[in-house]
Design a protein around this ligand. Structure first.
Ligand code: GDP
Length: 450
């Protein structure tokens, strides 16, 4: 097989103490020897002069050689550590290209590591997540996935499903015993055990995904209800003003904060009011769209204005499941409210707080976390992506379907098929089975040099 030798600058662009050019592929060692005049033994750093075509010294630095298969990619890998400057990196790259390497595509080093069985897909994704992690908790979770924590749990589930499949398929192959097999309830019991295990893993995966991607939160309410004060109280010390997150509409994103290690992206809903002005109407439309997309909406209500009027905003919200009413300014004790009666009529969760004194804030944080499915502290979590959550959901649906068919029609063949499909969905997570072009799509989102 003819494999290209790829090269890329592995360090971030710009000036720095050290810059690294990395090569991977069969010609790596040869290219290094031509550029440096020597090749050190594998895994020994050697001080060398990197030279260009006319034998002029580009820079001095360290040369490292990792011989296949004991390298990150599983191929021969060369690392050239020079001074970190754009020109030095460019000249080193140019020389490597002249000597037969080609520029690596984004994520191509990780892709090769995956194809050479150095990593499974969740681990390769964890590298990207680790590098890009936005909080310490997210970095630790990515590290856990990288070490194989997530893959291990998928493998354990796969084993259980395999055992069940063997049992079910044996029963199909020996039809005389099928009647007993279906009647005794053992299969259904084992199936339920597997469903429970899958649900538990799904919950943990969803939390890992929240840690990576964060949640979208909208804070709405009448002017002066205390929305800004609540925001400040929620974010505490961790408040970070973010002007831009790739792939999001800047209009609707105001900023991101961190809530107990979870990134929380705040949706700007300033435009949410009735208006005749066509320009403002556009703002209202966008605000509504943003509201519909938010994972959670906090409706801030205060004691100073008419509560029924304030709660009327609830009618504007698409889904009461995603709303928490926050009764603010509890330190004031101004009005005589019958909170419970009012809320009984709207059937949403509520928390009483004072954004000013901090009363009730801890409760609110935990209600927010519970509502989005992030009940555990981030310690002990592994990082995960939407793709993983989706695959687990599909696997769960297949098991549920199989269980129903077994219950209703004693359909062992259909159960066997649903078990197979559930396993296939799980295999997509670790990359053992992949739909076409998913692989390309995953690695294309990586940075160059990874
Ligand atoms: P927004 O317009 O909804 O963002 O409201 P602000 O957060 O700007 O608050 C409006 C006013 O209410 C400010 O003067 C705040 O100091 C005050 N306020 C906010 N929360 C509380 C609270 O819990 N207790 C008291 N006493 N005042 C509050």
């Amino acid at each position: 097989m003819n494999i290209d030798t790829i090269c890329a600058v592995a360090t971030p662009p710009g000036a720095g103490g050290i810059g690294v050019v990395r090569l991977s592929g069969p010609a790596s060692a040869d290219i290094a020897r031509k550029m440096c005049g020597v090749l050190p033994p594998p895994r020994h750093a050697k001080l060398v002069s990197f030279r260009d075509k006319s034998r002029q010294v580009i820079d001095q630095g360290l040369l490292l050689y990792f011989a296949a298969p004991a390298s990150f990619t599983g191929e021969d890998v060369i690392e050239m550590q020079a001074h970190g400057g754009t020109q030095v990196m460019n000249m080193l790259m140019r020389r490597a290209l002249e000597l037969g390497a080609r520029t690596a595509r984004p994520g191509e080093f990780s892709e090769r590591a995956f194809l050479n069985d150095k990593l499974d897909l969740t681990q390769a994704e964890a590298i990207a997540d680790l590098v890009e992690s936005g909080s310490e908790a997210a970095a630790r979770a990515a590290q856990r996935s990288l070490s194989g924590e997530f893959s291990k749990q998928i493998a354990a589930l796969q084993q259980k499903l395999t055992a069940l499949r063997v049992y079910v398929e044996a029963a199909i192959d020996f039809p005389d015993e099928e009647i007993d097999f279906l009647a005794d309830g053992a299969v259904q019991a084992r199936l339920q055990e597997n469903i429970a295990a899958l649900q538990a893993l799904l919950a943990a995966t969803r939390q890992g995904q929240i840690l990576r991607d964060g949640i979208w939160l909208a804070i709405i309410g009448r002017p002066n209800a205390g929305k800004s004060s609540l925001l400040n109280a929620l974010s505490g010390q961790d408040r970070a003003i973010v002007t831009e997150i790739p792939g999001t509409t800047r209009d609707v994103l105001r900023e991101s904060i961190e809530l107990d290690g979870i990134p929380v992206h705040l949706v700007d809903t300033a435009g949410i009011r009735q208006t005749e002005d066509p320009i403002e109407a556009e703002g209202v439309r966008r605000a509504r769209e943003a509201l519909a997309a938010a994972d959670l909406v906090l409706l801030v209500v205060d004691q100073v204005a008419d509560m029924a009027v304030q709660l009327a905003l609830l009618q504007e919200l698409p889904d009461p499941e995603r709303v928490i009413v926050v009764f603010n300014k509890q330190d004031l004790e101004l009005a005589d409210w019958d909170e419970e009666a009012l809320l009984a009529s709207v059937k949403v969760k509520s928390v009483s707080i004072s954004a000013k004194t901090g009363m009730g804030m801890q409760k609110l944080r935990s209600v927010v976390r519970a509502q989005v499915g992030a009940t555990e502290q981030p310690e002990g979590l592994f990082s995960a992506r939407q793709r993983h959550v989706d695959a687990l959901r599909r696997a769960a649906a297949h098991l549920q379907q199989g269980s129903q068919r077994l219950e209703l029609d004693s359909a062992a063949e259909i159960l066997a098929e649903e078990l197979r499909l559930a396993q296939k969905a799980l295999s997509e997570i670790t990359g053992d089975v992949l739909p076409d072009d998913l692989l390309g799509a995953i690695f294309a989102s990586f940075c160059i040099g990874k």
